[in-house]
Design a protein around this ligand. Sequence first.
Ligand code: R5P
Length: 300
Amino acid sequence: MADIEGVKETKHYFTEVPASHEGFHLKGAHQLDWGMRNRLSKVFRPSTGRTVMLAIDHGYFLGPTTGLERIDLTIVPLLQYADALMCTRGILRSSIPSTFSNGVVMRSSGGPSTLKELSNELIAVDIDDAVRMNVSAMAVQVYIGGEFETQSIKNMTTLVDQGLRCGVPTMGVTAVGKELTRDARYLGLATRICAELGAQVVKTYYCAEGFDRVTAGCPVPIVMAGGKKLPELEALTMAYRAVSQGAAGVDMGRNIFQSEAPAAMIQAVGKVVHELMPPAQAFDFYKTMKREQELAAAKQ
Ligand code: R5P
């Protein structure tokens, strides 16, 4: 029996203070259930409402992509700087320490390799396994305008239904095929469709014209996809513009792990995303960190 000796009897209900019902740091998520919001909070930092998500899922259709040949050596040291990691379950189980306690966004669709029609994807993970691995969200490719558009949307809506049952958010990833233009009109269409059909987060590319309209027209958070490797200053500028125009952070892969100094780069991206550090200053920060890391490596 619990020790009830000396239990203070005077209760204080603070009747004069209305119960707080706080908002939530992500748009469109304030009416979701607790578990789902808790998972989203592991991906998007509550203090800023943004995320630096490190995308390393390329191998699911590209095989051992440059920079990802040895996840244990090149990616694990970067985890300390990532709010969330986007990866496949194979890499999660085989190569990511289970002590990693930030968000995991699990690639949950797949099928064709880069040698085939990429839009012909299916769901590649059972929700039970996603829950077993305690992931924070599932990611699914959506090919608006692609050959297997409807099938890819069905993949997403199935995951959304399963995710809602278990409190796991779904991130719709708008894939842009070679033949499709990455302009605001297309990205606005693709992101809005993902949100309308239930995705709690949408990942899409940045476009120089009208990206603010893309984010405004999407009722859930948009994270900016990195895309092909750019010079560091350009990548930081793109990230800065995206968050200034309403993105809730970035999901970057090659622009981080293919950088000359990946640890310096992910920290510089963090400065841009969470502190809105202007690109030129973030680039200086990158160079300083890079030099420090080189000096530290030379001493070893
Ligand atoms: C999108 O198709 C996949 O999630 C990619 O693996 C990921 O978006 C690639 O990231 P990045 O384009 O920044 O290298």
